[in-house]
Design a protein around this ligand. Structure first.
Ligand code: SF4
Length: 475
């Protein structure tokens, strides 16, 4: 238990984020008044006064001579120093940075005309980011900047379509996902509601340039071949695809992929698909509730190659229960043999909505390797050997080892939609239950309209979902 006392709950969110980075999974009790009843090993007190802030961590204290209104980064650095000292000099790879889009920082500085060296110095001094992560961020920012040149920021947009059904629910899942067999009789109605949203969007954005399409979820390939065909046809006939340079369909779960579905998608300009193993260790797949085999994954991939797919992504997760560094090494050796065009390396993030968190007592016996840094290094080395380059990166709260997710690709085969969702450089029209539409203004201002997550609610309130989009664009 960590006890955090702040006489003003100012920057509470940021301080909490920093504490969570140092002590993932540890409960934090936050009060604006000192609660003497709470026994805590770590006791952090932040006392705001008009012109100074006193920060006390157990017996250590620092006083910041600044106005608390604009002290965020200074305060975070101070808390970081005290925590690091308490932990015998332990440092975090991303320093005080708790945000999920770290590449936005070097990108913004590059847009101001700063050199790589100036960017390095500024980010190191402000956030205490390690040299390794700074080099990686700046490299990715350059790649992204180049890839975003083909995006029409003012007149273009991207389209996301969410299919919130999966064969089963993975143990770590926090997405909007419903087991296919349980919801099978509702899928027709869901697609019907989705059609309304698709037709509204196609007509509202007529004359604008559709740059990229992403079918995600959930697992879109959970749909039956005829449903998938119907949906692809609906999009292809109602949107002008002449400016669309990328159409991704997530076939995330290998057990949802069949030759028939692969052939259906080939009838449309779908040029990028995902087939995700997460790990090549069968015991782990069984443990995390994926209910597919390593063999099923291999044959889905082989089938996709036979059907002519030349841009295939695979997702892996580091830090899965009971997985060791050696398991990751073996998985990466398999990746090398298979040779995907994109490889996205995630580190496990335990979200509140995941079964692994909700039913944590049931899984208390599982071992989670905390030293995901070594695992990450293996993936970095092997992707390099495979000729893949890092092209996008993001972070989540409660990530194992406080690391990041990195997308790698063969040069020229990067998933530009992934960059758009992270860097927020273009509006994304998101349709389907649980999706969030983002309107990005040319000056960078962002406004959002969310769809409800519950599919029954989504179907019932589809007109309201459309009205929300209408209101977002008419403001
Ligand atoms: S495949 Fe993805 S969306 Fe589906 S249950 Fe697993 S983590 Fe969730």
């Amino acid at each position: 238990m960590i006890k955090l006392t702040m006489n003003e709950l100012h920057y509470e969110y940021d301080i909490r984020g920093l504490l969570m980075s140092f002590y993932p999974g540890v409960e934090i009790e936050c009060n604006s008044e000192c609660n003497k009843e709470v026994e805590a090993e770590i006791n952090l007190v932040i006392d705001y006064e008009t012109d100074k802030i006193t920060v006390t961590l157990n017996s250590e204290q620092e006083v910041l001579n600044c106005f608390w209104e604009d002290a965020k980064n200074e305060l975070k650095r101070c808390v970081y120093r005290l925590l690091s000292k308490r932990e015998n000099g332990r440092v975090l790879p991303w320093g005080t940075l708790t945000g999920i889009r770290p590449i936005k920082l070097p990108m913004a500085l590059m847009e101001q005309g700063k050199t790589d060296e100036q960017i390095q110095n500024e980010l190191r001094d402000t956030y205490y980011i390690s040299k390794e992560k700074l080099d990686l961020s700046i490299k990715i920012a350059h790649t992204e900047q180049k890839l975003l040149e083909k995006i029409d920021v003012e007149d273009g947009y991207s389209l996301y379509i969410g299919i919130p059904f999966c064969p089963t629910t993975c143990l770590y899942c926090s997405f909007t996902s419903y087991p296919f067999t349980k919801y099978e009789d509702k899928i027709g109605d869901y697609l019907h509601a989705l059609k309304k949203e698709i037709l509204y969007t196609a007509s509202k954005f007529k004359g604008k340039k559709l740059n990229s399409i992403y079918f995600g979820g959930g697992t879109p390939t959970t749909l039956k071949p005829e449903q998938l065909d119907w949906l692809l046809d609906l999009v292809a006939t109602n949107f002008d695809l002449s400016d669309c340079f990328e159409w991704t369909v997530e076939g995330g779960r290998p057990d949802s992929i069949t030759r028939e579905k692969l052939k259906v998608m080939k009838n449309y300009p779908v040029d990028r698909i995902s087939i995700n193993p997460q790990t090549m260790k069968q015991e782990t797949l069984d443990l995390i509730g994926r209910r597919h085999t390593v063999e099923q994954f291999r044959s889905a991939y082989e089938m996709a190659r036979e059907e002519g797919y030349t841009n295939i992504n695979m997702d892996l997760i580091l830090g899965l229960p009971e997985e060791t560094t050696e398991d990751v090494r073996r998985t990466m050796e398999e990746m090398k043999l298979l040779g995907p065009d994109n490889l996205t390396i995630h580190t496990l993030a335990l979200k509140r909505a995941a079964r692994l968190t909700i039913e944590k007592d049931q899984y208390a016996h599982l071992h989670f390797e905390q030293n995901t840094n070594d695992m990450m290094q293996i993936t970095m080395d092997v992707t390099k050997e495979m000729g893949l380059e890092p092209y996008y990166l993001y972070r989540q709260k409660n990530m194992s080892g406080n690391l990041e997710n990195i997308g790698y690709a063969k040069p020229g085969l990067e998933g530009v939609y992934n960059i758009l969702i992270m860097e927020e450089k273009q509006s994304i029209l998101a349709l389907g239950a649980g999706s969030v539409t983002k309107r990005v203004e040319p000056d960078g201002r962002i406004t959002r309209a969310s769809n409800v997550k519950n599919i029954e609610q989504y179907m019932e309130r589809i007109d309201e979902m459309i009205d929300r989009k209408e209101a977002l664009w008419n403001n």
